[in-house]
Design a protein around this ligand. Structure first.
Ligand code: FES
Length: 115
């Protein structure tokens, strides 16, 4: 029968806990902005190229089709905050209080309403 090394198990458990804590700290340091959607808070990380990518990374249910500002399917209501369209204004119709997450990036913390 194999002898179980209790000290080794504790060391492994502690190492895994420390790695998890370090990963969480790294993630918090990389957060550029936060997006609030209903009761969820979504981090905007450097690797997210659009607001839509931030929402999808957090498993927020969104609609999208062209992902390039043409169809308007991704349209959501901007309650507060600032965005900009790095490739110019999108072609799809956008109301005064609406944005197209597929082709914009956050310039501040955002609050969104998604139907
Ligand atoms: S997915 Fe088509 S405009 Fe955003």
């Amino acid at each position: 029968m194999m002898k179980v090394d209790t000290n080794n198990k504790i060391q492994i458990k502690n190492r895994l806990r420390d790695e998890t804590i370090n990963r969480q700290a790294d993630c918090k340091e990389n957060i550029i902005y936060k997006i609030t959607v209903q009761n969820d808070e979504v981090p905007v990380l450097p690797e997210h190229k659009t607001v839509l990518e931030s929402l999808e990374a957090a498993n927020i249910e969104t609609h999208s089709h062209c992902r390039d500002g043409f169809c308007g399917v991704c349209r959501v209501t901007l309650i507060s905050g600032n965005i900009h369209y790095p490739n110019g204004e999108p072609l799809a119709y956008v109301g005064d209080d609406e944005i197209l997450p597929c082709c914009c990036i956050a310039s501040s913390d955002l609050s969104l309403e998604i139907d």
